[in-house]
Design a protein around this ligand. Structure first.
Ligand code: DCT
Ligand code: MG
Length: 502
């Protein structure tokens, strides 16, 4: 282990001379003939490289001094897959068509084991599918996957993204999935740009911008607005669907029905005696004004206190984490989402928590609406193939009564008479060992999640959902203690929650 620690800690100041790179090592027995290693010096340094080469050879690995077409594994340190590829491209000698590109952590594990260990996503250097584009500020790299882009709330292209979000919504209302996705992807990539688009030249090379999207960008640059967006905003169907779906519990199907029946306003629908409403829709109408006015950060924090008080009354060791838009740093949201998990609970205690919490709030008169969805979670089930699959954890969709005095000590704006506001809250309860997957899934944004799953499927041959990650090539389920672990399994750079506003 001593030598390995040395491998970790880098070169010592007084290294014996025979460790130098120029020193040819004596021929040693090669035990593992299937592998031919090459260790990249770039960013690793001559001394450490020589040390690792020597060590690997002593353990029976074949290590080449120079790159050749017989090399099967290239080991690098502090380099991304793309860095290594860039380096390979300028070499005079070609490597064979597809050597594995691995992080030095793989070699160190091999040294520990005294034999080659299987390569996993943690070791593999990903050659990200980045497109390099030239801008006034120099070259920048943009991935077609939102999970490889850092998207903060600092959107420099609102004028375009607002337009594409309206067009996407209109396509959703018309159940035109393909176009909906194209507009959402365009909006998403534009949100991540570190500059504002001011001419068509700025759009060159940016992924996810098809001809249709580009023609709309061009029109907005020239005229300040898009005629298509204008038409949508004036469209009766769009306006009605937008209005109807703003009611909690009303989706596309109900909107379609009401629209076909000729309804155009909520007041007509509310007062119609022939219509039947679900329990959810009744609550949606009853608390409509409160629910359409967004939840502020201060209100979300006050709800957080309420949730923690209730949860900790029953499970003092539980972790209560705000997820959704507020975890991504948003200042407003349509609801407040929480993930709850408890390291020390039995399955039964876990299952009992949400009903107990609901019961407590009911007794305190804080529960305005609830819908408890029982868990359909199965431990051994593989992740879903669908990009938009619902998860299986036990969860609860609520409307809570939040007293103004609980927000900022009552300093916030108060309506005359009414001393509280109805707030939409989602609680999700997950088994402790799945918390990283649940947290990643419930933090969103939806576009970020979709692209994570798409990336896992198409670029890594893995399946990811809110419960688990499965490696189809190795046929193993990959465990994770944290979100960082999941990104590492996928070979992705870690993206912080506030950079997931795709
Ligand atoms: N999510 C999920 N499964 C669901 C619903 C949501 O995995 N059945 C994920 C996707 C985003 C995240 O949870 C939070 O969902 P929302 O609250 O709908 O979105 P938000 O990003 O929090 O936006 P808002 O501010 O509108 O609440
Ligand atoms: Mg939310």
């Amino acid at each position: 282990m001593d030598s390995l620690q040395m491998a970790h800690s880098g070169p010592r100041k007084k290294r014996p001379r025979q460790m130098g790179a120029s020193m040819a090592s004596p021929p040693q027995d090669i035990k593992f003939r299937d592998l031919v290693l090459f260790i990249l010096e770039k960013k690793m340094g001559t001394t450490r490289r020589a040390f690792l080469m020597e060590l690997a050879r002593r353990k029976g690995f074949r290590v080449e001094n120079e790159l050749s077409d017989s090399v099967t594994h290239i080991v690098a340190e502090n380099n991304s897959g793309s860095d290594v590829l860039e380096w390979l491209q300028v070499q005079k000698v070609r490597a064979r068509s597809q050597p594995e590109l691995l992080d030095v952590s793989w070699l160190i594990e091999c040294m520990s084991a005294g034999k080659p260990v299987a390569t996993t996503g943690q070791h593999q250097l990903v050659v990200s599918v980045l497109v390099v584009i030239s801008t006034v500020r120099g070259l920048i790299k943009i991935s077609p996957y939102a999970c490889q882009r850092r998207t903060t709330l600092n959107n420099r292209n609102h004028i375009f993204t607002d337009a594409f979000e309206i067009l996407a919504e209109n396509c959703e209302f018309r159940e035109n999935e393909g176009s909906c996705l194209a507009f959402m992807r365009a909006a998403s990539v534009l949100k991540s740009l570190p500059f504002t688009i001011i001419s068509m030249k700025d759009t060159e090379g940016i992924p996810c911008l098809g001809d249709k999207v580009k023609s709309i960008i061009e029109e907005i640059i020239e005229d300040g607005e898009s005629s298509e967006v204008k038409a949508v905003l004036n469209d009766e169907r769009y306006q009605s669907f937008k209005l109807f779906t703003s009611v909690f519990g009303v989706g596309l199907k109900t909107s379609e029905k009401w629209f076909r029946m000729g309804f155009r306003t909520l007041s007509k629908i509310r007062s119609d005696k022939t219509l039947k409403f679900t329990r959810m829709q009744k609550a949606g109408f009853f608390y409509y004004e409160d629910l359409v006015s967004c939840v502020t950060k201060a209100e979300a924090e006050a709800v957080g206190v309420l949730v923690k008080e209730a949860v900790w009354a029953f499970l003092p060791d539980a972790f209560v984490t705000v997820t959704g838009g507020f975890r991504r740093g948003k200042k407003i949201g349509h609801d407040v989402d929480f993930l709850i998990t408890s390291p020390g609970s039995t399955e039964e205690e876990e299952q009992q928590l949400l009903p107990k919490v609901i019961n407590l709030w009911e007794r305190k008169g804080l529960l305005l609406y609830y819908d408890l969805v029982e868990s359909t979670f199965e431990k051994f089930k593989l992740p879903s193939r669908k990009v938009d699959a619902l998860d299986h954890f036990q969860k609860c969709f609520l409307i809570l009564k939040l007293h103004h005095q609980r927000v900022d000590g009552g300093k916030s704006s108060q309506q005359e008479g009414k001393t509280w506001k109805a707030i939409r809250v989602d609680l999700v309860m997950c088994p402790y060992e799945r918390r990283a997957f649940a947290l990643l899934g419930w933090t969103g944004s939806r576009q970020f999640e979709r692209d994570l799953r798409r990336y896992a499927t198409h670029e890594r041959k893995m399946m990811l959902d809110n419960h688990a990650l499965y490696d189809k090539t190795k046929r193993i389920v990959l465990e994770a203690e944290s979100e960082e672990d999941i990104f590492a399994h996928l070979g992705l750079d870690y993206i912080d929650p506030w950079e997931r506003n795709a």
